[in-house]
Design a protein around this ligand. Structure first.
Ligand code: ADP
Length: 619
């Protein structure tokens, strides 16, 4: 006997021992395996007509032997494939399952998601698989009780295909497994979970005279071809979860039918979260492509622009040839026309959600907004105008996500035309940082807040690039509150001298100016010229050495600054160090090594200074 691989063993225990209400899903799993196997053979038969057959899935119940058999005339498996496929849980879908699995809700996950073949052990005390690969001479049998391991033995089978034979568990009190031998129960389960399967699922109808007729249990109409009113409850969600191996219900679905130059129907889904491999090279972006209900490609990249890579779904068109090759397909004009149509449809749908179901749109945007923003920036901004109105940014004033448009609408109310003397439009202010929380504490925001101006928070690296790519929104330029702005020329000679002294101490790290931008903070960091601090950071991450020209902006009215001229030479130098590092911290930078020593020296000096002052006061 061969043992199951270690990780399979754990999952098996979970499956076998769960007193699981939703164990009925085993049938869906086995039928979908059968359907996949037929898909594979049917695909091969397109180029080798000898492999064609009257494809179907048969279910047989034997009440005396307590067996339920699911038979398909698909590709079948070789001995090696039997061992590899059924001996270890390593299939793509189950991989996700393992990643997401927290021991305690594991059982729940099985029900929503399924663990494929292994779910058979939720209802069976033993499983036998008899299979013969297309074109092969020999058939093999795989037998297991799901606990220890499995055996593979030679077997006989007339034609290529697979039988999965379940010997059902014994009924214990109200825990009935016999129900899975009843025609009506099975036929209801097929209707519920597998109605759209494209091959007939047949079963002998029970009759008292035992001469049962064979019934086809499923309608075979693909979900995307059904009328909305004919769809069962959760049918679309179930279809999505099972087809795309996601245990979370999708956030949104889009059904569309187009007739004209090209004819197609599409069923698209926006997942609740990116799949676990979304940010890796392994993720296959694209939609499944069907020709009249027959799949011709599992993931066709050309159907979606890169920035909508998170959308899953199927496209069915009668306009493409079944045996079209991948290469020709990618350049097919009809395919491009479908892709354009889908892109428009998805964007229109997002715009509609933004207007009518903001909460849902924000949910989508929180997961995939970065991809959409990247789309606005990518390809030299080719798509920016299509996308600019569905981008959301956190607003300092509104404390929620808003669009550029909403920002601008807010502006028009707040800034009366007479202030707009030069007939230039007020800028869209923004601030960059890692998180909403960190940005909200930036000193540079103080002045804007005092003036009642709103500031958009750019939390993603790509945000500022998008703003630069757009240049302006409806004539309103984008302005980073951290780049210049608020600068004032010091009037008094004394102030000029102080700024000069601070700048000398900074030793080329930054230039120094006075600012009107700050209230309660003594200093902040800004950048002069084209490269902002944020961009410098992003460039550095990408290995580039572009440097921002740093400016330390100083609030001349702050007590710390006002007291600086009274300091000893050493204390002055330490204070400049502390102030500069304070500005670095506020911008999210690491501090300099000398920072801590400078603080410590100032703390030591502080009580002495305090004593001196008190003494003076007492005299
Ligand atoms: P998944 O379907 O997620 O790949 P399963 O555990 O359900 O995982 O099945 C494992 C593998 O066993 C399948 O990927 C397939 O290669 C093979 N398999 C299962 N059932 C059949 C079948 N009826 N005919 C041919 N191959 C099958």
């Amino acid at each position: 006997m061969k043992k199951f691989k270690a990780q399979s063993q754990k999952l098996l225990d979970l499956v076998v021992n769960s007193i699981y209400v939703n164990r009925e899903i085993f049938l869906r799993e086995l039928i979908s395996n059968a359907s996949d196997a037929i898909d594979k053979r049917r695909f091969m038969s397109l180029t080798d007509s000898r492999l064609a057959a009257d494809f179907c899935i048969e279910i047989k119940a034997d009440k005396t032997a307590r067996t339920l058999t699911i038979t398909d005339n698909g590709v079948g498996m070789t001995e090696k494939e039997l061992e590899n496929n059924l001996g270890v849980i390593a299939a793509s879908g189950t991989e996700t399952f393992k990643k997401e699995k927290a021991a305690k809700d594991g059982v729940e996950l099985i029900g929503q998601f399924g663990v494929g073949f292994y779910s058979a052990f939720m209802v069976a005390k033993s499983v036998t698989v008899i299979t013969k690969k297309v074109g092969a001479q020999n058939a093999y049998m795989w037998v297991s009780d799901g606990v220890e391991g499995f055996d593979i033995l030679p077997a006989t089978r007339a034609d290529a295909g697979t039988d999965v034979i379940l010997t059902l568990k014994d009924d214990v009190d109200d825990d009935s497994y016999s129900e899975f031998l009843e025609y009506f129960r099975i036929s209801a389960l097929v209707k519920k979970y597998s109605d759209y399967i494209r091959y007939p699922i047949r079963m002998e109808k029970e009759n008292d005279d035992k001469s049962g007729e064979v019934e086809t249990l499923n309608s075979m109409i693909p979900v995307w071809k059904k009328q909305k009113s004919d769809l069962g409850e959760n049918e679309l969600d179930n279809f999505y979860m099972h087809t795309f191996r996601d245990f979370r219900t999708p956030v949104h679905n889009i059904m569309t039918r187009v007739e004209g130059a090209v004819t197609y129907s599409a069923l698209l889904f926006v997942p609740a979260e990116p799949p676990f491999d979304y940010y890796t090279k392994d993720y296959k972006r694209g939609l499944a492509l069907y020709c009249n209900g027959v799949m011709i490609m599992e993931t066709c990249e050309g159907l979606l622009p890169e920035y909508l890579g998170f959308v899953r779904g199927v496209v069915d068109t009668p306009d493409l040839a079944l045996n079209i090759s991948r290469e020709t397909l990618q350049h097919d004009r009809r395919l491009k026309a479908i892709a354009n149509g889908l892109e428009k449809k998805i964007l229109a749908e997002f715009t509609k959600l933004l207007k009518n179901d903001r909460e849902k749109y924000e949910k989508i945007f929180s997961q995939f907004g970065k991809a959409i923003k990247f789309g606005a920036y990518n390809n030299f901004g080719e798509d920016k105008d299509k996308l600019k109105d569905i981008l959301l940014f956190y607003s300092d004033k509104n404390k929620k996500l808003i669009t550029y448009k909403e920002y601008v609408e807010g502006l028009d109310i707040k800034v009366p035309l007479k202030e707009d003397k030069k007939r230039t439009k007020a800028p869209i202010l923004y601030a960059c940082g890692e998180t909403v929380e960190k940005i909200s504490m930036l000193p540079q925001l103080e002045l804007a807040r005092e003036k009642g101006e709103d500031v958009l928070y750019f939390v993603d690296a790509v945000d500022e690039f998008v703003a630069r790519m757009l240049g302006n929104y409806d004539g309103h330029k984008f302005e980073n509150v951290a780049s210049g702005g608020g600068e004032v020329t010091a009037q008094k000679q004394e102030d000029k001298d102080l700024l000069k002294r601070i700048e000398d101490k900074l030793n080329g790290k930054a230039t120094v100016t006075a600012t009107a931008k700050l209230k309660s903070y003594p200093v902040c960091l800004a950048a002069k010229g084209d490269v902002s601090l944020e961009m410098e950071r992003i460039m550095a991450q990408m290995g580039g050495g572009v440097k921002a020209q740093r400016v330390l902006q100083v609030n001349m009215n702050h007590p710390v600054i006002m007291g600086m001229n009274d300091l000893s030479e050493e204390a002055f130098a330490d204070t400049v160090t502390v102030l500069y590092n304070e500005a670095l911290i506020a911008e999210g930078y690491k501090t300099e090594p000398e920072f801590l020593a400078a603080i410590n020296r100032l703390i030591v000096a502080a009580p002495q200074k305090a004593k001196k002052t008190t003494k003076k006061a007492n005299e």
